[in-house]
Write a protein that binds this ligand. Structure first.
Ligand SMILES: Nc1ncnc2c1ncn2[C@@H]1O[C@H](COP(=O)(O)OP(=O)(O)OP(=O)(O)O)[C@@H](O)[C@H]1O
Ligand SMILES: [Mg+2]
Length: 308
């Protein structure tokens, strides 16, 4: 094994997985380096959860090679799992157990003693903002509280790698920012994170690198700012209130790319000045100028009619 191979926390090489003859993951390759936050983006049904489940050895690949924390997976997934914290897409808490009991149950699974549990549970309750709910049953929690408990639970064994499938879905903005702060602190301590998300802002803020997948295949990868620069450019002008097709003909020569979206025209440009000059004498237009973002990239790369 070469030196660079051994530093990767996750390697996926030509991985395939089909359900009922239909590919869910279709020849996917990527590497997650130690200490980085790696994001999987893609539309519903793209194969993100299937990918994370294969990382954990919970779904069997039909072909390809997977290593996680130096272990071949699924063959030695159990060994790798001891150093992984998992947030599944759908919470799988014990509904009849209390908040504290759920944390204890998970800790016991990792072989933790009562004193070890006593040492970490208060800080996990604080992290999840559930200090006052330690004895509440899961059925008495709100959706966001359950999500926060699931994320706290994933940290109980002080994992080296976190595998999080849509961790912040269902969280209010306060809770989401709190989770982002906490994840950044974990990254600062050298932990590695694999996450899937539908929040482009989350991916842009947290991820060092991303892989955009669609129909089980990688369609782009790189750092968020690189993808934005390569795919979109620096600025977007959204123009409302005119005939978008007529405006498009007017602006096409000075924009890298234009797109009619309903009643609006989107112009992707590096220099907004010339577009604004051409629109100077137009009245009744509302023009929103903003920096290009990852959502533009996502919509461009995965844009098509909803199929399912
Ligand atoms: N256990 C399963 N049995 C049969 N088909 C499955 C199973 N799990 C996933 N699939 C199929 O595999 C494909 C990928 O699903 P997956 O859950 O990985 O998508 P996803 O990217 O996580 O989507 P979402 O954003 O909606 O969570 C879909 O077509 C789905 O129907
Ligand atoms: Mg999913």
């Amino acid at each position: 094994m070469s030196g660079s191979m051994s530093t990767a926390t996750i390697t996926f090489s030509g991985v395939r997985k089909a359900y009922g003859g239909k590919p869910a993951v279709d020849g996917l390759s990527f590497r997650v380096e130690a200490g980085e936050c790696f994001g999987l983006l893609g539309p519903n049904g793209a194969g993100k959860s299937t990918t994370t489940r294969m990382v954990l050895g919970m779904a069997m690949p039909d072909a390809g090679m997977i290593t996680v924390l130096g272990q071949p997976v699924p063959a030695r997934a159990r060994l790798a799992r001891r150093r992984i914290g998992v947030v599944p897409q759908f919470d799988n808490l014990e509904p009849g157990f209390s908040v504290r009991e759920n944390l204890e149950l998970f800790g016991r699974y990792f072989g933790m003693s009562s004193s070890e549990l006593d040492a970490v549970i208060p800080s996990l309750l604080e992290f999840a903002h559930l200090q006052g709910k330690a004895h509440a049953r899961v059925t008495e929690l709100s959706g966001g509280m359950k999500r926060r408990l699931t994320i706290a639970r994933a940290l109980i064994n002080d994992p080296q790698l976190l595998v999080m499938d849509e961790p912040s879905t269902g969280l209010d903005p306060h809770a989401r920012h709190l989770v982002w702060d906490r994840l950044r602190a974990l990254l600062a301590r050298g932990k590695t994170i694999l996450l899937t998300t539908h929040f482009m802002e989350e991916a842009e803020r947290l991820c060092d690198r991303l892989c955009v997948i669609d129909q089980g295949r990688s369609i782009a990868d790189g750092a968020p700012e690189t993808l934005i620069e390569q795919q979109i450019g620096s600025h977007v002008l959204e123009i409302y209130g005119g005939n978008p097709h007529e405006l498009r003909a007017l602006l096409m020569p000075c924009a890298q790319r234009t797109k009619v979206s309903g009643e609006a025209l989107f112009c992707y440009i590096d220099d907004p000045q010339e577009v604004c000059t051409r629109l100077r004498d137009r009245t009744g237009l509302r023009i929103v100028q903003r920096p290009a973002n990852l959502e533009d990239v996502f919509l461009r790369l995965t844009g098509r009619e909803m199929k399912d």
